[in-house]
Design a protein around this ligand. Structure first.
Ligand SMILES: C[S@@+](CC[C@H](N)C(=O)[O-])C[C@H]1O[C@@H](n2cnc3c(N)ncnc32)[C@H](O)[C@@H]1O
Length: 267
């Protein structure tokens, strides 16, 4: 598998991911998937390490967590902020063999597979290879990513759809990966598979600062990386972004994103 640049790469990415990550949600999802004290855990595509830190706490006493990510900057951020005697970080490309990391009891893969549309199943197989037999694989991702807003203008609706289509084709992004997770575990022969569907974003009324920062960055970076020409906007990209900001700040808008969690035990 060849290396691929990360669609959301930008100077604020560690901060964006750190701010939007809710420790209580991480704990709830990891407990649902079966995390337990004493386990050795790998956090695949750990970003700034906040999730690794929480997973490391959940496996005490006796367990440990290793967060892995391609980005030197995010791994540094993670080490500085969250490294301790049971939580460590390593830089690695998940598209390459991972055997050097050793074997794990639990693998956490959240919000990573959406960046690997065409090679998603190969990536899951690669991760599965570092799980012990009986180990738990927990896949969590979004469905209809960025495509469930209401209250924007028809031209903005067309623009958002065109941006998403473009990054699907050009950047290997998958806005619909959530619905595919179950089939990955099924096809690998996983046992005791369980699936849960819930809302990740559910935004109505007054806009919280954390949602404003996260969504403005998401839309700005994805739109810049797309091939969409912004033809319907006389002043181009900046006008589109301004219209998105004002739509999103309006308390009448409604935005939600389905999140699908899927967990199973390696045979
Ligand atoms: C959205 S963040 C995931 C955050 C975290 N997993 C969570 O649960 O909130 C996606 C991360 O995957 C990393 N990533 C994407 N492709 C990768 C690859 N091929 N190898 C290693 N890391 C990768 C990115 O650098 C980024 O930090």
């Amino acid at each position: 598998m060849r290396a691929q640049k990360y669609l959301m790469e930008n100077a604020d990415e560690s901060l964006r991911l750190d701010l939007k990550t809710d420790d209580d949600v991480t704990s709830r999802q990891a407990r649902w998937a079966g995390i337990a004290p004493g386990m050795r855990v790998v956090d695949i595509g750990c970003g700034p390490g906040k999730t690794t830190s929480r997973l490391g706490e959940l496996v005490q006493p006796g367990g440990s967590a290793v967060g892995v990510d391609l980005s030197e900057q995010r791994v540094e951020f993670a080490r500085e902020r969250y490294g301790n005697d049971h939580t460590s970080f390593a830089r690695c490309d998940l598209l390459k063999p991972l055997s050097e990391l050793g074997q794990f009891d639990f693998a956490w893969v959240r919000f990573l597979l959406e960046y690997h549309r065409s090679n998603c199943f190969d990536l899951v197989k690669n991760i599965s290879d570092i799980l012990k037999p009986g180990g738990i694989l927990c896949l969590i991702d979004l469905d209809y990513n960025c495509l469930s807003h209401f209250g924007h203008s028809p031209r903005m609706e067309r623009a958002v759809a065109a941006i998403m289509k473009s990054i699907e084709e050009k950047e290997n992004f998958d806005p619909y990966v959530g619905r595919k997770l179950y089939s990955f575990l099924y096809d690998l022969g996983y046992q005791e598979i369980d699936v849960k569907v819930e809302a990740h974003h559910q935004i109505f009324g007054e806009l919280k600062q954390v949602d404003e920062f996260n969504w403005t960055k998401k839309v700005e970076v994805a739109a810049r990386n797309s091939d969409y020409g912004f033809d319907e906007y006389e002043e181009g990209f900046e006008q589109f972004l301004a219209e998105f900001r004002s739509f999103f700040a309006d308390p009448r808008r409604f935005t939600y994103t389905p999140m699908i969690s899927c967990s199973g035990r390696k045979p």
